[in-house]
Design a protein around this ligand. Sequence first.
Ligand code: ZN
Length: 133
Amino acid sequence: MNKIEHIGIAVNSLEAAGNIYQKLLSTAIYKIEEVASEGVKTAFLQNGPNKIELLEATNPDSPIAKFITKKGEGIHHIAFDVDDIHAEMARLKAEGFVLLNEEPKKGADNKLVCFVHPKSANGVLVELCQEIV
Ligand code: ZN
């Protein structure tokens, strides 16, 4: 498990939140990408070695829509960079963590991703991500 790759923030409006975070971090959004399979539209901002991922739901069944209904806007997940996502998934499974997907999925920003259930990590949704090369 390497550095925190990004922090995901659930937002109602990518445009409104994008304006706020561009001002906050004094940097421009470098990528907007829709992940249709997850029902989300994402915007990324680089901040030093880390990134902020803003997530807006694209349909009412999206996990982001459900999250905002339950908890409101705010921090949704913490993503860690990994070198070998398959190895990390096997390691975490062996340690008793509950993974939300059995196989890595194609996520935003050119990554293979896997999520760890928040119940396994003290209420925090953890994302593993490996850069696709
Ligand atoms: Zn993420």
